[in-house]
Design a protein around this ligand. Sequence first.
Ligand SMILES: [Zn+2]
Length: 470
Amino acid sequence: MSFRENILTASVDANPTVPASSDEDREAFRRFAAWGLRALGADVRRINGRLEALLPSPQNVDVRRSRAGDQRPEWLRSPTPSSLAVALDTDTNDADAVDAPPSPQTLTPRSPQTEWIAERLHSLGTAINGVPARQPASAGEIAERLLPAYRIEDGRIRLSGCSLEDRAFFRIYARSPAGSRPQRFVEWTIDADGRRVDAHVAAPLGLDDIAPMTGRPPDLRASAVAELTNLAEQGATAAHGPLEIVGAALLWCKWAAGRIRIEFPTTCTEIRFSDWAATLEPPPFVCPETDVQSHAIGITDDGRIAALEEIAVCKETNRRTLRRELVACSTSGVLALAELVEACPITERPVLRRLLATCGTCGEQISPAAVADGQCQACRSLAVALPSDPRIARVLGEYPALDGWRKWRIAETSRCYVLVGTRLFKRLLVVLDRATLEPRRVATGGRLRKTWTIVPPEQWSFELGQREST
Ligand SMILES: [Zn+2]
């Protein structure tokens, strides 16, 4: 309840001469009058709480010729719309209205006009068929309502297999018996199972504005109508005390069910919908690849339909694929297929493979961000390793022949160890895979020179000796 409504309720409750429900009752009666007059063939419009009603004169010439044949009451016999006020019988007890005679243009639940409407409605049947004045009533209208919500890239969208089924609600209009106080006027709506339908449900379905049904209504057994009447009367009476029914309506709302078909040149998909036509909203597409819900849909180059926001283009290959399969290169910012990108063993950030730099010392592929003067950060930061260093112990355990080298210095990346050992006049560079200790590069150099001579793989065993585990 909003702040304003709170205030309104409070002020109404504070005035003991006005029942808290009078606004509700007046609105229920106004709807009854509008519905009833429409059901009797009148054109009715609501204007600022009043009703403008025009009941055409009988079409049959013989009837028109004799004035007695025109059964329209005086207050509806005008060739122009009659402006009718709607009030409650208790309203006339208001101090300012007590001396005013009831106007023939004012309808109240017990006025002669209401008696005339109720009698005429009764002569039409026990329950009169009606439909919401505004609800989509064709597949075309459903398509208009749903399809514009979607954005399809490189494909088409259309409605397929839309069915519209009439489902019944039942409503009675009822008033308190004559002489009882307070006088109530009640609109009571139930669904086909007899459950109460309150205004929060009824209004979105268009049940607050009912038009006569054109065309043939769905079949409903008389016993079913009688049962619904009983259920509605019981419910309304339990809530509001003794009541007498002045009108009953079978209200037919469209239930829409079907499929939205999305077609791409090589494949297609469907979205199912099922809801009241009046409140039907475009259901989101649930991306089968990512579970993302979206109204924008596209297709990858390899034919996977996905939420459009989950699709992106590899800037290296121009392939459209899932965003999650692309990686942003930390060097160039370019979004590219994961297979074109490698994690730098030093920065551990992804870099396009074609942008990786080769370290002149260890020969590893490194992010340009971690290379300076042709050397990677690891090779530039070799640190003296104590004999107790477990890494050295592990390497010497695997390659006992290396024990002949002294003054080990070491650096490591996420991928490998870089080791440099020294002898009298010689240095040895060994790059080993961290996990397997497989050699990746071996080089030798003079003790006083900075340059390295790369040892070809076939001579590695000569430099490293026999590996212990092989
Ligand atoms: Zn290096």
